[in-house]
Design a protein around this ligand. Structure first.
Ligand SMILES: Nc1ccn([C@@H]2O[C@H](COP(=O)(O)O)[C@@H](O)[C@H]2O)c(=O)n1
Ligand SMILES: C[C@@]1(CO)OP(=O)(O)OP(=O)(O)OC[C@H]1O
Length: 308
């Protein structure tokens, strides 16, 4: 758990503690480890679509009332049955709510509820209700689902896709072809009589990709991070710079899902050995949105190699 937090750039102090047998035991373990604070927010790890707006709404409400829980109006008709599955009654739904987390409480109130209530409950609000303190409902979100059964995963997928915060940027780079240098493009050495000039290995394809990535994440540009002329980057394999860039990206909680790169060459260049560019891309691009495309007419003056 600690590795997961640090890998994803969470630098706040997070105390990880073991859960208990029942949900309420897990919450109590957390409460025991918590220091002094006015309010405590209890949230199900199984509800990953909480938003800061939802949290703010709940905190404002609990600051006024001492206890508040997210909830959404029930959409289905709710019926109660007997043991044989026969309907006993239909409950009017105009006052029914489907209760979610976050649930927010004055810390002293929740501690008191946990020390007094021994019954098995399914949420913390029930404990606070049981000791006679009113719990105010605030509007949660129909997207704040609890992932419980396999079909919830498909719904979660759809919510995630709708929410994806994507950013795109272009990058480009120009290097002259000169004698006496290896031709490196996309981290692959291509047998050719000339190579690209540069302070680094001159891999303009990787430089353009780095620039696009940094630009999309608003993290500056290649020159800011790897200043031209700096001795550390003399002859450097640009793949190393890409690696550093991707680390920076990860620590800022971005990831690359799609890269489309085109090489325009002054004259046709030989194709990289079959499949190598695709393999390089596969190592760095984290979704299945990888396509392969090749375009070009080697009889013209410009050779174009396109790798996705
Ligand atoms: N021993 C347990 C059991 C459950 N939890 C967490 O509670 C959340 C939802 O539980 P439901 O009973 O409402 O499905 C979920 O995030 C579980 O991880 C727990 O912490 N300890
Ligand atoms: C990575 C760097 C480092 O000197 O590579 P160069 O080979 O100088 O290539 P260029 O694309 O002109 O500028 C990027 C530089 O920051």
């Amino acid at each position: 758990m600690n590795t997961l937090l640090s890998d994803n750039g969470f630098t706040n102090s997070v105390i990880v503690c073991e859960g208990g047998e029942r949900r309420q035991d897990s919450v109590r373990q957390g409460l025991e480890r918590l220091g002094d604070c006015d309010l405590v927010v209890v949230h199900d790890g199984a509800r990953p679509f909480i938003t800061s707006e939802l949290l703010d709404r709940g905190i404002s409400m609990a600051s006024l009332t001492g206890a508040a829980t997210a909830a959404v109006p029930v959409k289905d008709t709710i019926k109660e049955s007997d043991e044989e599955g026969v309907v006993v009654r239909t409950i009017p739904r105009d006052r029914l709510w489907s209760v979610q987390t976050p649930q927010i409480f004055r810390t002293s109130l929740l501690r008191k509820a946990h020390s007094l209530v021994q019954d098995i409950v399914t949420d913390d609000a029930s404990m606070v209700e049981a000791i006679g303190h009113p719990v105010k409902l605030f509007f949660g979100s129909y997207s704040n689902i609890k992932i419980t059964t396999p079909e919830d995963l498909a719904i979660a997928d759809a919510i995630m896709n709708r929410r994806a915060n994507t950013s795109r940027e272009h990058g480009f780079d120009v290097h002259p072809l000169v004698q006496g240098r290896a031709l490196v493009l996309g981290g692959i050495t291509i047998p050719f009589e000339k190579g690209l000039a540069g302070h680094s290995d001159g891999d303009g394809l990787i430089h353009a990709v780095i620039d696009a990535i940094l630009g999309a994440a608003a993290l500056g540009d290649i020159g800011t991070h790897f200043p031209p002329g700096d001795d550390r980057y003399k002859g450097v394999a640009s793949g190393k710079l890409l690696h550093i860039t991707l680390e920076l990206l990860r620590s800022n909680r971005w990831r690359v899902t799609f890269v489309d790169a085109t090489i325009l060459a002054e004259r046709p260049i030989p194709e990289a050995p079959h499949g190598q560019h695709t393999r390089v891309a596969r190592r760095h691009i984290t979704t299945d949105r990888r396509l392969r495309k090749r375009q070009g007419d080697n009889n013209r003056r410009f050779g174009i190699y396109r790798a996705r």
